[in-house]
Design a protein around this ligand. Structure first.
Ligand code: GAR
Length: 208
């Protein structure tokens, strides 16, 4: 099974969803849960499930220094993929490039809408009828990498950013394990591989 490190900053409910799916047959295993907040609730949950954890506060460290320490812990764990799950630090370009194509993130909006902070408040303000979450590949453009999967959630009368955040999270817990599982399995999928070969052929310059 593919080895995955999960990075969190908070409660870690998405990490928990990924972990529980891995325990009931998802095609990946969680080999590390790492956080930039030593008090992140998700760390103790991971520990109680017997998953190795690593925590290092970013305070007082340069971004590149903090990323290098996180990267070292991830490499030591043997992870082949990194899943950002409520990791609220922007990563350095070096870190992103090192994991290009092998780092996924979940963002609580229907990308490309509402990249960055406070997507729910912005969606309510705009009068959107649908909100949701997206799992995407991480690139150096914030929340801008290829979208791998989305889940939609209807806005209801009386919704606030908090009620929306809660309902979107429930959808995220279904979405992220499925998309991560599909992504790490893609190497076994002939359709996927054929699609990549075709994309590559199109990207090549015309033969003379
Ligand atoms: C999730 O809703 C996730 O989409 C969001 O933070 C929450 C983390 O919750 N991520 C971002 O806003 C990233 N910019 P969790 O710690 O319970 O998984």
């Amino acid at each position: 099974r593919a080895k995955v490190a999960v990075l969190i900053s908070g409660a870690g409910s998405n990490m928990a969803a990924l972990l529980y799916a891995s325990q009931v047959g998802a095609p990946y295993e969680i080999v590390l849960v790492a956080s930039n907040d030593p008090h992140a609730g998700g760390l103790s949950l991971a520990e109680s499930e017997g998953i190795p954890t690593f925590a290092l506060s970013h305070k007082g460290l340069k971004r590149a220094e903090h990323d290098a320490a996180m990267d070292a812990a991830i490499r030591k764990s043997g992870a082949q993929y990194v899943a950002l799950a409520g990791y609220m630090r922007v990563l350095s370009d070096e870190m992103v490039q090192r994991w290009e194509g092998r780092m996924l993130n979940i963002h609580p909006s229907l990308l490309p809408k509402y990249k960055g902070l406070d997507p729910h408040a912005r969606a309510l303000e705009a009068g959107d009828e649908m909100v949701g979450a997206s799992v995407h590949l991480v690139t150096t453009e914030l929340d801008g990498g290829e979208v791998l999967g989305q889940a939609q959630v209807a806005v209801m009368g009386g919704d606030t950013p908090e009620t929306l955040a809660h309902r979107v999270k429930l959808a995220e817990h279904q979405l992220y394990p499925r998309v991560l599982g599909d992504y790490v399995s893609r190497g076994n999928d002939p359709e996927y591989l054929l699609g990549r070969v075709r994309a590559l052929a199109l990207a090549l310059p015309e033969a003379e």
